[in-house]
Design a protein around this ligand. Structure first.
Ligand code: ADP
Ligand code: ZN
Length: 433
């Protein structure tokens, strides 16, 4: 089912014309309302009039997460705070989180986007949606929530955590669709079996999974375990939240909501725009955003784009699965983790050497994070209680910075392999290809 045929089935030429028009309006708006962009454009000798068609996008400056941090909290907002009716913030970052703001219009666009996604998955107003993404600053919970309401489906705002309760709700309320991270879906599949609940008592038929990378193998496993069709949903809070792209019944790439976001692939080193089909870093320009319009936002997500027609009838370009990152960000249990955050904790502990290794695994479908840290020679002690105290202290600090627990392992000085070039700080044993 197509929710908004006009928007989703335009000819490519018509789409590019609309994108060009909306880009011009966006550039005009940020030039006048966002000092950050005015300054950047002035430095480049660029005036809003220099942007005529969507092809002119390559003239515009890029935006990075660092720019958002430098302008914390509201510096990049393009409207007065009286127009902002909701804030969200990106998960798990040290110091300043990335704050995003929405006008009433932004929220209505977002809800409509999600309604489009849900329709593409074959969901209708007769479906009951169990939303197990976290509700709060994270965009997942509330994002999906209002999209379900726009579709006219029934929403169960379960939020995350307490798996036994989730299973009870799934069984008693008869949800037919579930939204959560793909790793939680796998975990839930096993937990349902372990709880002795028969699959015939679970009515799920559609899964809406995103917020972290996953694979075709995981899809097959989730579909088999939960007896559903599992669909990808992609998004990021800076651009809107979940729903920036979504799969359709063909499950062959995720359709981008192109009337609201322009996607391009760039080479992360040269920053040159790349032709469709090339794998590179995805950058988005918002075309209708009011609260936080962003030009060429570098997602750091690696993927490719495909403009060929899709069997579902939609003409919007599709993005491949995310195959990696052009920076060192890890997503652990749905939380964005930068190794530098852990490094800053370790550097602040005098008993430790600045040598560490992060080991990420997936055990029973849940991510685990082990942090191995070398202890200084003079502090390394045979006294167990001393070492346990130190371990606890570091564990608490990491938890408070990352928002997730880590298994801290104190190791002897010089036991972590040194590298000649760039230090290898992360071993990620999860497979995303
Ligand atoms: P969160 O609060 O979800 O962590 P962010 O907006 O900070 O939200 O995270 C967005 C990032 O999550 C994306 O840039 C991407 O790396 C990852 N992500 C989101 N959805 C998907 C998906 N479907 N597949 C792969 N990665 C995803
Ligand atoms: Zn399609």
């Amino acid at each position: 089912m197509i929710w908004n045929e006009t928007a989703e089935c335009r000819s490519r030429e018509e789409m590019r014309r609309l994108q060009g028009e909306r880009l011009r309006e966006t550039v005009e708006r940020v030039y006048h309302n966002t000092p950050f962009y005015r300054r950047k454009m002035q430095e480049m000798g660029l005036m809003p009039d220099d942007i005529e068609t969507i092809d002119d996008i390559v003239k515009l400056p890029f935006t990075t997460k660092q720019d958002l941090r430098d302008n914390y909290p509201y510096g990049l907002f393009a409207v007065p705070m009286s127009e902002i009716i909701r804030l969200h913030a990106s998960s798990g970052t040290t110091g300043n989180p990335t704050v995003v703001g929405y006008t009433r219009h932004d929220l209505s666009v977002w809800s409509e986007m999600i309604a489009r996604c849900l329709s593409a998955y074959g969901a209708t107003r007769d479906d009951i949606f169990h939303v197990a993404y976290g509700y709060g600053l994270f965009t997942g919970g509330l994002g999906l929530h209002y999209g379900v309401e726009t579709l006219g489906g029934t929403v169960i705002p379960a939020s995350s955590g307490n798996t036994l309760k989730q299973i009870q709700l799934l069984r008693d309320f008869g949800a037919t669709a579930i939204a959560c991270t793909p790793s939680y879906a796998l975990f839930l599949g096993e937990a349902i079996a372990a709880a002795g609940v028969a699959m015939k008592d679970i009515k799920l038929r559609i899964g809406i999974f995103g917020a972290e990378p996953w694979t075709e193998n995981m899809r097959r496993e989730i579909e088999a375990k939960l007896g559903i069709k599992a669909y990808n949903i992609y998004g990021l809070s800076e651009i809107m939240g979940p729903g920036v792209s979504h799969e359709c019944e063909c499950q062959c790439g995720s359709h981008i909501i192109e009337d609201h976001f322009f996607a391009e692939i760039i080479d992360p080193d040269t920053l040159q725009q790349q032709p469709h089909g090339t794998t590179g870093e995805l950058a988005f320009t918002t075309l209708t955003k009011e609260g936080l319009p962003l030009l060429r936002y570098r997602t750091k997500d690696l993927c490719s784009l495909d403009e060929s027609p899709c069997a579902c009838g939609r003409t919007t370009a599709r993005m491949s699965r995310i195959i990696g990152r052009s920076d060192d960000m890890l997503i652990i249990r749905g939380v964005n983790v930068f190794p530098s955050q852990i490094e800053s904790v370790i550097l602040g502990v005098e008993e430790c050497e600045p040598h560490y290794l992060l080991v990420v695994n997936r055990v029973n479908n849940l991510d685990t994070l082990e942090v191995q840290i070398e202890v200084r020679e003079d502090f390394f002690s045979d006294e167990l209680s001393k070492m346990l105290d130190l371990r606890k202290k570091i564990g608490h600090r990491i938890q408070s910075v990352l928002g997730i627990a880590a298994d801290v392992k104190l190791v002897e000085p010089r036991s972590i392999p040194r590298s000649e070039g760039k230090a290898k700080r992360v071993i990620d044993n999860r497979k995303f290809e």
